[in-house]
Design a protein around this ligand. Structure first.
Ligand code: SF4
Length: 354
């Protein structure tokens, strides 16, 4: 029997245990691990997480403020061509009230998320940020691509973080799945966000049609190159009312390997255990937390709108009230021997760097 592949895997894993500088070829070797060997990778990622990020899991409450979007991404149920989806927008008062309720049940970070919806003016969003900041909470925005001045205004108003995933580091695939958009523009926005002092969240999908181990390794290297503070890595889940409806989607195993490698090469980055992972496997979120992840982002949106925020179908927890959701996920986290973060959960890189 030829053991050369196994030897190469073990040699690369050993290197990963002593350095964060892995080359693309080495990342591909580790991504190619079979399910038995990948356990070694998850264990290493868990050890790195414990060493650099403590035992705490940070909870970020997501408020999905609008499911309108001017873009037409092939993988997303919110795309403007999806006429089957009922659309909604929360009013200023509804968003503020939802934020207040989330803070009252203990959230220290809120994420304001929407499709790219021009309905709200930059100034309206800035006023909202200012009002919510008075509730003593960190704010992450996830509102898509905007110009430098708009990002600057929102930062000035008090937004702490911005989530803008690069989705895929393959520029050709990027243009195929995001018609009319380029990876270059996306990265320009990310550079602006860093310049303005936001903690930057990026990330990618795993299992897009046409993606290879090589492009996944490129995703990891791009996250590192952009010096992100957070990396959201989740499985691609095909939505029935999109051009990618017939695609296979991403696997639990490969997504967990990507999360683990992200932890290994970027020890101080916040890594969410995504709701999408919990959607494709009942233990998905727990497994990611045991393999490098340290953040969970429960939905705190008003329950009547949740089913309509359909980036992908069959999302878990859409019927649960925020309070129930929080105590349910808290129970799962404590059962893993972890604790719940009690502070704002800012990037540890702000206190030192690496
Ligand atoms: S991925 Fe974002 S920008 Fe693209 S259609 Fe969905 S909500 Fe809009």
């Amino acid at each position: 029997m030829d053991y050369s592949w196994a030897l190469d895997f073990l040699k690369t894993l050993e290197k990963a245990s002593i350095t964060t500088e892995l080359k693309k070829k080495e990342l591909v070797t580790l991504l190619a691990a079979d399910p038995n060997d990948s356990k070694l990778l998850f264990n290493l990622a868990d050890r790195v997480r414990a060493q650099y990020m403590s035992n705490a899991v940070h909870l970020r409450g997501i408020i999905e403020i609008s499911n309108y979007c001017r873009q037409n991404c092939h993988y997303c149920g919110l795309r403007c061509d999806n006429k089957k989806l009922g659309r909604y927008r929360l009013s200023y008062e509804e968003i503020y009230k939802t934020a207040e309720e989330a803070v009252n049940i203990g959230y220290k970070t809120l994420v304001l998320q929407a499709g790219e919806d021009n309905h709200y003016s930059p100034l309206e969003i800035a006023l909202l940020i200012k009002a919510i900041k008075k509730l003593d909470v960190a704010i992450t925005l996830s509102l898509g691509e905007h110009d430098y001045e708009t990002y600057g205004l929102w930062r000035e108003a008090g937004a702490d973080r911005y989530l803008l995933k690069h989705e895929t580091a393959d520029p050709v695939l990027y243009q195929k799945i995001r018609p009319g958009k380029t990876l270059e523009e996306r990265l320009k926005c990310q550079t602006w966000l860093k310049e303005l002092g936001y903690q930057l969240g990026s990330g990618c999908m795993v299992g897009l049609p046409g993606q290879t181990l090589d492009t996944l390794a490129q995703d990891l290297l791009l996250l590192k190159k952009m010096a992100v503070e957070m990396a959201g890595i989740g499985p691609f889940i095909p939505h029935p009312d999109t051009p990618l409806a017939a695609s296979k989607g991403g696997s639990l195993e490969m997504t967990l390997k990507m999360v683990a490698l992200a932890r290994i090469i970027m020890p101080l980055v916040h890594l969410p255990s995504t709701t999408a992972l919990g959607t494709i496997h009942p233990q998905g979120r727990e497994l990611a937390l045991q393999g490098g992840a340290n953040v969970v982002m429960p939905n705190v949106s008003p329950s009547q709108y949740r089913e309509l925020y359909q980036i992908y179908p069959n999302k878990i927890c859409v019927k649960d009230e925020p309070e129930h959701c929080k105590s349910c996920i808290t129970g799962k986290i404590l059962a893993l021997g972890r604790t719940i973060g009690t502070d704002y959960g800012h990037s540890p890189k702000l206190q030192g760097g690496y």
